[in-house]
Structure formats: structure tokens, C-alpha cells
Design a protein around this ligand. Structure first.
Ligand SMILES: Nc1ncnc2c1ncn2[C@@H]1O[C@H](COP(=O)(O)OP(=O)(O)OP(=O)(O)O)[C@@H](O)[C@H]1O
Length: 595
């Protein structure tokens, strides 16, 4: 059996890189910068004393050309054959103990130059050799190599000439933008020149080395908004230093996160979403790492164990900042809570220490309006919390009139936050409200009134059975509310199955029947009549059965309408009929009075 080699189609690989791996043709600048920086690092490791420098020169020829030079390690003929001309092999991963010093290691970066240039010409002299070499690589996979007779300095210069459709990537403004974007904070000086005009690209100090004041001003300049504060970020494991700036406006968990991340001072991505824990959406960050490993596209990190550990460590920095802030600057802490309460609630749910720290400062919607937990706890030792927003809306007004403190647990995390209260405040009782039993809390009628109301309730029960609703009567405030309709998801679901059953084909309706019969004992919504309401009393005391029927139907449909509950065709018809009934009665009475 013969062992054969795979054949590699270089043009296909270039197409793969340009169309699928790299998001922008401009990444060739990043790859060349990285090769230059790595070469300078490599030469320094040899013990050479020299000032590293990268020089980029633009030529206004046709087609446009550019050269990219460094005074780094250079390449010997063997290096060229082993690493440059061999796709996927890199000198930087050969030597494992030094590989951490370098930015590149996949051995494909240089190919990005073929996206914008027909040919790569590389003039090089190795730091360990006297001879200069010229390598010409072409996208069809062929290359030539020759020894130069004239002496060249140690280092490497790459010459590129623009493909017609990529001329703009050779223009001054574009190249300076790209150099600036990727290399602004690289420690090695980068000079861009055209027609004898030289510009230093990287003279600024990186934000992660700035003082807090400088970092505030920096974010203000770059983001056009003043951050609330700066949080220093460090991760020992990931060799990370950075800053997180607290956004001065509210953002949601779903908003796109845009953390700016540098690898060994070179920009890796300006829209990384997952380097911080998901709850930290109230900050944007700028961080530099020396240890995380990039993906081959160099636009993100490999999401390995180290990456997740770094993410956790950065989360701890943010938590620690908030814990210290509570002691140091309560006003600032309150300001952060006011704007970013959703983020902070998410943190409090996840972390017991933060829960204890935050809970009294967090705001909740209650039957008394929006209130801070601290204020809620001042006056209440028993707290009711609803399981959903819909349930809260059904009872908020009535609960307040009964002087009941009910918290809306329908917003994200609020139910969990309130339920956990007993762990930090043992004298507090928290009860998740059973909406269908809510009206049982109200005052019962005395025996005499109770007996009087029974025929009316029996009739109402008969009329409302088909709507899966059971009536009851209680005395409650406010007196203007004649009835309160309470339902929950289970009742709604059950009613939905009944509706489906009516319209479904036989097979489906059999399935629905099984679900209903097997899984559920039929749940009922509750319609609580208010004995404190004049109209309810009149309806109950009336001996006219048709009038009672119309009033029960009208009370019921009016309660649905006021509570924003969906009304089916049958209920709409009821409302219509009962209204017409009362109009008719009204006109008959009026006409009778006139005659
Ligand atoms: N300016 C340079 N000076 C010295 N050697 C270079 C230079 N540019 C490229 N090389 C050599 O060519 C090899 C291939 O470079 P290439 O950019 O394709 O990949 P890499 O930098 O090793 O890894 P990555 O794909 O992650 O960028 C390098 O490993 C290095 O040995």
C-alpha cells in the first residue's frame, strides 16, 4: 500500500481565508504587524541589543505598492523552506517554551496578503546569517528563492502590489487607519511614510495603564459620553489588565456587547461579547491579555478552560468594586443601582454575598407603587409576591385598598430575589400568592347575609360554569369595584384546550381530552362579588331573574374587560346582550315614566 500526500490548492485556501475566516481584507495589516512584532521579540530573545522598529512605506506607483519592514529576527533559507513556504507551520509553535512570547502561531497569517496582492515579495536577512534572500510567493502555490548579492540589514521587508479592486487598501488614510486600529498601543514604534512624509503611529499610552482620571477622559473622548466610573480589571491567570467603564445609560441584556480586547497590546476585537460574565452588561471594557489564545481568524479567543476562568476572575473584579463602593461612596452606588438595576439584580440572584449587599437597595413594583426593599421592610414583616406580572395587575389595586403589601414578582429575577429574603431577614415571612385563593383573604359575610346571597351565587355559578369560572362573595375595599376576576396560567391553558377541542379534528381533540383528563383536575377562575358595592347588593337582592342574569353576565364581562383578559366570541355576545338588555329596560322605564 502506497502512502500518498494530500494535495493542497492554495487558491482555494486563500478564498477560504478571505471569504470565511477574516471579516475584512484589511487584516493583512494586522498579520504583517504581528509578524514584525514577533520577529523583533525573537531577535531580542537571542540577546541582541537594538531598538525594534516597524516601517511601512507607500509608493504612488501603478499599481500601488507598499513595503512593510521590521528589524527583527529575519529568516534563513531553511526557515523559509520550513515555515514561510509551508502553510500551517510556524516557527512560533516549534519552540514550546518561547511560544507564549509570540502573537502568531497558526502559520497561515501571511496568506492574508494574497487577498489584496497578486504576489508577496519578501527580502530578508536572518540575525544569524550574513546573506540576504529574496522570496517571491504566488497564490498558485509556486515560489522562487534567490540569494542577493547586495548586503541587506538584519530583518525582513515584505513588498505588496495592489490588485485593482483593492487599491484603496494601499492609500495613506486607509493604511494609517488600519495601523492605528491594530497597532496604536504596541510598544514597538511604527512609522508610516509616503513621499518622504513620516508619521509615528503609536505614541499613545494604552487605557489599561492610565490613571482613573486619564481613563475617564479617554472614554469620554472615544465614546462621546462620560462614564459613571472606571473599574480596574485584572486576571492573574490570563495576564489581563484592563478597565471596565460603567455606562451612564441603561442597557439591556440583549444589547450587543462591545468589549475592546487586545492581545499583547495588539487589537484583537473591538466587539467581543463574552469576555465578561453575562450579568456585567452595565459596563464596557478595554482589556489587554498576554496569555489567552486567539482563534485562527484572530478575531476572538479560543473558549477553553482558561478563557472561562479569566471571565470569572474579571467578574470578581467588578463584584469587588461594588462591595467596596457600598462602604466608600453610597451616592455613587445608588446612582449605579438607579440606572443599572436589572444588571445588579442578575448579580444578586447569582451571588449570595452580593444579594445581602444589594437587596435592601433594590427597587420593586408593589401594590403601593415602586419601593426600595429597605422601605418595604420598615413597615412589613409579611410580604406577598405574585408569580407573574399578569397576576399582579389583577390584584394590585384591591390589595392596596386592603393594606396588603404585594410585590410584583413578574419581572426578571424579582420572584427569586423576594423569595430569598428570608435567608437574610429571618423575621420576614414571604408567601408566593395563589391568585385563585386571593379573594379568600377578604372579609366573609355574616351568617344572615351569607344565606341571602346563596341563590344569586348558585345562579351565577350555573351561568359561569361554561366559562370555567366560579363565583364567590366577600366584603372588600374599594367599594367602587363591584367584582374582581382572578385567573392563572393553568386556567387559561385549560380554557385554551377546550377551545382547541371545539375546532380540532377528532384525533387532535382526543389528544386534548387525554391531556385534560389525565393531567388536570379542572381549575376554575374566580369571580369575587364585592358585598361592599351598591350595584352588587341591588343585583343580589333583586327577585327579577332576567335582570339578575343580565347583571351577572355584565359584571363578568366588565371584569374581563377591565383586567385586559381576552374575550372569546361567546363572552362578547354576552356583553352585548346584557348591555342591550339594560338599555331596553332603561328606555322602557323612561317611556313608562313619560306616559
Ligand atoms: N517578518 C517576519 N520575520 C521573520 N519571520 C517571519 C516574518 N513573517 C513571517 N515569518 C515566518 O513565516 C512563518 C509563517 O508566518 P505566518 O504569518 O503565515 O504565520 P505565523 O505568524 O507563524 O502564525 P499566524 O498564522 O498565527 O499568524 C512564521 O512562523 C515565521 O517563521
Amino acid at each position: 500500500m502506497n502512502n500518498m500526500n494530500f494535495q493542497v490548492n492554495l487558491q482555494g485556501i486563500i478564498d477560504l481565508l478571505s471569504n470565511h475566516l477574516y471579516s475584512d481584507p484589511g487584516v493583512f495589516i494586522r498579520e504583517l504587524l504581528q509578524n514584525g512584532i514577533d520577529a523583533i521579540t525573537g531577535r531580542k530573545r537571542l540577546g541582541h541589543t537594538f531598538e525594534g522598529q516597524i516601517k511601512v512605506e507607500l509608493f504612488t506607483s501603478t499599481p500601488r505598492r507598499m513595503s512593510f519592514s521590521d528589524n527583527g529576527l529575519g529568516l534563513t533559507q531553511t526557515d523559509i523552506e520550513l515555515f514561510l513556504a509551508r502553510i500551517g507551520s510556524s516557527i512560533k509553535k516549534e519552540n514550546l517554551d518561547t511560544s507564549d512570547d509570540f502573537i502568531g502561531h497558526f502559520g497561515v497569517g501571511i496568506l492574508s496578503c494574497f487577498v489584496i496582492s497578486e504576489e508577496i515579495v519578501l527580502i530578508t536577512r536572518s540575525a544569524v546569517s550574513e546573506e540576504g534572500l529574496e522570496w517571491r510567493g504566488r497564490p498558485d502555490g509556486t515560489y522562487s528563492l534567490k540569494t542577493l548579492t547586495k548586503k541587506v540589514p538584519i530583518g525582513t521587508t515584505v513588498y505588496l502590489s495592489a490588485k485593482p479592486e483593492y487599491e484603496e487598501y494601499f492609500e495613506y488614510y486607509q493604511v494609517s487607519n488600519l495601523l492605528n486600529k491594530y497597532g496604536e498601543y504596541l510598544p514597538t514604534p511604527i512609522v508610516l511614510s509616503e513621499d518622504n512624509y513620516n508619521m509615528n503611529i503609536n505614541e499613545s499610552s494604552p487605557p489599561w495603564l492610565m490613571s482613573k482620571k486619564e481613563a475617564m477622559e479617554y472614554v469620554e473622548r472615544t465614546d462621546y459620553s462620560t462614564p459613571i466610573d472606571i473599574i480596574p480589571l485584572h486576571s492573574h491567570l490570563g495576564g489581563v489588565t484592563g478597565i471596565a467603564h460603567i455606562l451612564p445609560y441603561a442597557v439591556s441584556l440583549q444589547d450587543e456587547k462591545k468589549h475592546r480586547v487586545y492581545l499583547k497590546n495588539m487589537l484583537l476585537s473591538d466587539k467581543m461579547s463574552n469576555i465578561l460574565p453575562s450579568w456585567a452588561f452595565f459596563v464596557n471594557s478595554i482589556i489587554n491579555t498576554t496569555s489567552l489564545k486567539p482563534t485562527a481568524s484572530r478575531e476572538g479567543f479560543q473558549e477553553n478552560d482558561l478563557f472561562h476562568a479569566v471571565c470569572d476572575e474579571l467578574g470578581v473584579c467588578i463584584k469587588r468594586y461594588l462591595i467596596e463602593l457600598v462602604d466608600k461612596d453610597m451616592d455613587l452606588f445608588q446612582q449605579i443601582i438607579r440606572i443599572h438595576y436589572v444588571s445588579l439584580k442578575t448579580m444578586a440572584v447569582e451571588d449570595d454575598a452580593l444579594y445581602e449587599l444589594f437587596i435592601r437597595h433594590l427597587k420593586f413594583e408593589t401594590s403601593y407603587g415602586d419601593m426600595k426593599m429597605d422601605d418595604i421592610l420598615k413597615d412589613h414583616t409579611t410580604i406577598l409576591v405574585t408569580a407573574s406580572l399578569d397576576e399582579f395587575r389583577q390584584i394590585a389595586r384591591v390589595a392596596k385598598a386592603q393594606e396588603l403589601m404585594v410585590i410584583n414578582g413578574g419581572y426578571v429575577h424579582d420572584l427569586d430575589l423576594v423569595r430569598n429574603l428570608t435567608q437574610v431577614e429571618p423575621h420576614i415571612t414571604v408567601e408566593v400568592l395563589d391568585i385563585l385563593k386571593f379573594s379568600n383573604r377578604f372579609e366573609e359575610l355574616d351568617n344572615e347575609d351569607h344565606a341571602l346571597t346563596q341563590p344569586f351565587l348558585k345562579y351565577a355559578s350555573h351561568l359561569l360554569e361554561k366559562f370555567q369560572c366560579q363565583p364567590l362573595v366577600r366584603w372588600f375595599e374599594p367599594s367602587e369595584i363591584p367584582v374582581m376576576y382572578n385567573t392563572n396560567q393553568e386556567v387559561n391553558f385549560f380554557r385554551l384546550t377546550e377551545e382547541s377541542e371545539k375546532v380540532a379534528n377528532p384525533l387532535f381533540s382526543d389528544i386534548v381530552l387525554v391531556i385534560k383528563d389525565e393531567l388536570y383536575e379542572k381549575p376554575y377562575a374566580k369571580l369575587c362579588f364585592n358585598y361592599n358595592n351598591v350595584m352588587v347588593r341591588k343585583a343580589m337582592e333583586s327577585s327579577d331573574l332576567t335582570l339578575q342574569k343580565a347583571s351577572i353576565e355584565l359584571f363578568y364581562t366588565q371584569a374581563l374587560l377591565l383586567g385586559n383578559h381576552p374575550m372569546g366570541p361567546e363572552e362578547l355576545r354576552l356583553m352585548n346582550d346584557s348591555l342591550l338588555h339594560f338599555m331596553n329596560r332603561g328606555f322602557e322605564n323612561a317611556n313608562g315614566a313619560l306616559q
